[in-house]
Ligand binder design. Sequence first.
Ligand SMILES: NC(=O)c1ccc[n+]([C@@H]2O[C@H](COP(=O)([O-])OP(=O)(O)OC[C@H]3O[C@@H](n4cnc5c(N)ncnc54)[C@H](O)[C@@H]3O)[C@@H](O)[C@H]2O)c1
Length: 334
Amino acid sequence: MSTLYAISGVTGMTGNELVRQILAGREGSDHILGFDNFFASSIETVKDCLGDGRFEFFEYDINNKVQMEDFEQRVAAQKQRYDEVIYINCAAVVHTEHFYHVYDTFETNVTGMNEFLQQAVRVGAQKFINCSTSEVYSMHSWNESGGVREDDFLTMSDAEHSQRTSYAVGKLLTEFFMRDAVDTGKIKGCSIRFANVYSRNERFPKHIIPFIINSFQNEGKVVLLENSRRNRRTFLNNYDSCSAVLALAGTDSALDGTVYNVATDEEISMVDLAKLCGAKMGIAEPVIEFEGYRESDPERRLLSTEKIRTRTSWRPVVDLDKGLDECIANYLGM
Ligand SMILES: NC(=O)c1ccc[n+]([C@@H]2O[C@H](COP(=O)([O-])OP(=O)(O)OC[C@H]3O[C@@H](n4cnc5c(N)ncnc54)[C@H](O)[C@@H]3O)[C@@H](O)[C@H]2O)c1
């Protein structure tokens, strides 16, 4: 079995690790065409793979029609050599700083995703994996029985509180595009709701883990939002987000157009996360200050992953302890 992969956002946290895991598998029979516009990443994340003839990279923008036509032609030209073609959409405007601005996220996350899906259908790809987000659970991101489930009813009517949910609404719409394409027999596929992906090679210290490490390193303290006094989160290493994508892509029976939560259940408060990073960096009494407040930020985000665990053999393997060690070693050049 050989596969031609078409991956958007390929230098991002999930995309770059996908490349690594695909190249490491199946004894050289697979090939990857990937692109990214470096909005939130750089070529550095895949530099160890660029010399491999099975990976072709293009500095393309998912919203650029000419570039996407070229990408489509390249997939069409190569697809006969492979048993199947799998599209994986990782391109997105992801950081929280953009969530509150509806136009920052709409074009890439909604229109761009749908165009990429239609491209996959046109070229006759067998499968499409849509990376969505646990943000769709909004302020109801947990429940008392061990985590929110995919089939729990969503309450998103909070436009009166904050624009934040506009990002989630856009991502939710992509889940409907995915579902429609499968229900109408155009392609197989599914959507994945990730929770708080992190990576040792994030380019900018915007997500919380690199932010904490960089703050301790450069400022000698970390300044967290007031929300952090209460907020708790789980964190998903990009090795595990990526292995979930491949586990689903490799399980035809799971590609029924529905949604899968992908997360860990290792919950930690923001304050304890900062203390843990400090301890791992050898700081005896880490200085943690609080400033600023983020509206409509859920206090917890705890997902049930029973569905993916039941339908595939996927399990997360990088716990927070190991993942933080890798991040700290990478950021501090240890
Ligand atoms: N990081 C998280 O915590 C998280 C949580 C939930 C869902 N997700 C979803 O997972 C998917 C993968 O995200 P990630 O964690 O790898 O984040 P990421 O920001 O590291 O990767 C996204 C990639 O998309 C690229 N990109 C942005 N706009 C683009 C455009 N117009 N054209 C081409 N490329 C573009 C960025 O440069 C980046 O490399 C996304 O769909 C994201 O919404 C991520």
